[in-house]
Design a protein around this ligand. Structure first.
Ligand code: ZN
Length: 150
C-alpha cells in the first residue's frame, strides 16, 4: 500500500512540476475560470469542441500541487473524449475524491486519475483536486458560443 502511495505521489509531483497542456488557447470554443479561495488555487480552462468531441483542451493558472496536477491529468485524460462521456467521468471522479465506493469498471475507466483517490482522507484537499472538473462543467454549461479569437 505504501508503495502504491509513493507511486501516486510521484505522478502528482511530476504533473505539478511539468503540467501537460499548460497554455492559453486561441481560438477556443469554451472557456471558464476556476477559483478555490480556501487554498488560493486559480485556473483558466480552454476547450475546443467539435461535433460533441473534445478536440483540444488546455489550462493556465497557479495553485497547489494537487490542483495543478489534477488539471494537468484531466486535460491529458479528456482530449479526444466525447462530451457525453466527460459528464460520466466527472461523476466518477467526484465519487472517487469524496470517498464514495466505485465499481471496478468505473475505477478502470478513470485510469491514472485514480491517483487522486488518496485525497478523500484530506477533506480540505478535495476542493483542490476537483477544481478543474468543476471549471470544466462550468465551461460546458455557460459558453456555447462559437469559437472566439480574442
Ligand atoms: Zn489547492
Amino acid at each position: 500500500m505504501s508503495e502504491l502511495r509513493e507511486l501516486y505521489q510521484e505522478v502528482i509531483l511530476d504533473h505539478n512540476k511539468n503540467p501537460r497542456n499548460f497554455r492559453e488557447m486561441t481560438p477556443h470554443s469554451h472557456h471558464a475560470t476556476g477559483h478555490n479561495p480556501l487554498c488560493g488555487d486559480k485556473l483558466e480552462l480552454y476547450l475546443k469542441i467539435e461535433n460533441g468531441m473534445i478536440e483540444d483542451i488546455s489550462f493556465i493558472g497557479s495553485g497547489c500541487a494537487i490542483s495543478t496536477s489534477s488539471a494537468s491529468l484531466m486535460t491529458q485524460f479528456l482530449k479526444g473524449k466525447s462530451i457525453k462521456d466527460t459528464r460520466k467521468y466527472f461523476e466518477c471522479f467526484h465519487d472517487l475524491v469524496t470517498g464514495k465506493p466505485l465499481s471496478d469498471n468505473d475505477l478502470e475507466d478513470l485510469g491514472k486519475l485514480a491517483v487522486f483517490g488518496g485525497v478523500q482522507e484530506f477533506p480540505a484537499r478535495v476542493k483542490c483536486a476537483i477544481l478543474s472538473w468543476h471549471t470544466l462543467i462550468n465551461a460546458l454549461e455557460t459558453t456555447n458560443e462559437t469559437a472566439k479569437t480574442e
